[in-house]
Design a protein around this ligand. Structure first.
Ligand SMILES: Nc1ncnc2c1ncn2[C@@H]1O[C@H](COP(=O)(O)OP(=O)(O)OP(=O)(O)O)[C@@H](O)[C@H]1O
Ligand SMILES: [Mg+2]
Length: 285
């Protein structure tokens, strides 16, 4: 059970995209606790990215509401930062400039004092240090590996000290080893920054290892299938060995089985069977 007070409160949420017969999300009720690490998983097309974008204020609901600290979410805001799979860095800015960019905008519009600007620079350096990016701070994104680029994107998202970090398959494009490193990094950052994280992934092991609560979405229409709270140590106390522990594998299987049961794979197998039948007939003497 999550006992933290709700920071984000989602009620009777529906999202139907224009021209679509089925809602991408229907009847979604969900609270995200302050300081919680929540994972969203589910079959492709079940509405994970849509739900994240709605929380970010990048989409607006068709029905229902999303509140952050009691106030309706009506658009993007500095209290929420988003990290996408594709890094989305500015290629013409260096690593340091990318991280400082949001702050620099405010400095340019005169909203920040000199001391605030100095504090921002100090935070940018500290974040780059934690991320192991010190040596490449004057490099451009195209001079970095995928893992480094994603670390820059995370540092930039954290720069404004958002209350909520919204991540959509942030490690989806990384190789397995880099992903492992990123898992440890994000858990340590979660501890240091005390932020609230909503994390979309198709990697069930990653979801169980990182999050304290797992929301499984089901497709057609997108909806919540169930919410699971694995009995594992709190995210801040987890270590890589846990990935091989029976408790984690147990929860991985529970979540995977649910996703398989809701994913329409059966339907796809039926289609394959029909194709095989046609092929057999064609080759029959
Ligand atoms: N801009 C859009 N216009 C119309 N339909 C959309 C739009 N974005 C998403 N959809 C539809 O909404 C549904 C949910 O899409 P969404 O991208 O949220 O799924 P997802 O769970 O993130 O999938 P994946 O795991 O493949 O990333 C899908 O049926 C998709 O085709
Ligand atoms: Mg998606």
């Amino acid at each position: 059970m999550n006992t933290a007070p709700a920071l984000i409160r989602i009620a009777a949420l529906e999202k139907t995209y224009p021209g679509q017969a089925l809602p991408a999300l229907q009847a979604v009720d969900l609270d995200v606790g302050q300081g919680e690490f929540l994972a969203l998983v589910g079959a492709s097309g079940c509405g994970k990215s849509t739900l994240l974008r709605l929380m970010a204020g990048l989409e607006s609901p068709t029905r229902g509401s999303i509140r952050l600290d009691g106030a309706p979410v009506t658009g993007p805001g500095p209290d929420r930062a988003v990290v996408f799979q594709d890094y989305s860095l500015y290629p013409w800015l260096t690593v340091l400039e990318n991280v400082r960019f949001c702050r620099r905008l405010r400095v340019h519009t005169g909203e920040a004092s000199a001391s605030q600007a100095a504090a921002a620079v100090e935070r940018a350096y500290a974040l780059l240090d934690v991320m192991g990016l010190d040596a490449v701070r004057n490099h451009y994104p195209n001079q970095l590996s995928g893992g480094m680029r994603q670390r820059v994107a995370i540092a930039r998202a954290l720069m404004a000290q958002p209350r909520v970090l919204l991540m959509d398959e942030p490690f989806g494009a990384l190789d397995a080893q880099t992903r492992e490193v990123m898992h440890e990094l994000i858990l340590r950052l979660f501890e240091i920054e005390r932020s609230t994280i909503v994390f979309v992934t198709h990697d069930v092991e990653e979801a169980v290892y990182l999050a304290s609560r797992i929301v499984i979405l089901a497709p057609h229409p997108g909806r919540i299938d169930g919410i699971h709270v694995p009995d594992l140590p709190p995210p801040g106390d987890r270590h890589p060995d846990l990935k091989l522990a029976p408790a984690l594998l147990h929860w991985k299987k529970i979540v995977l089985d649910r996703i398989r049961a809701t994913s329409g794979v059966r339907h796809d197998l039926d289609k394959l069977e029909r194709l095989a039948e046609l092929s057999r007939r064609r080759h029959a003497p």
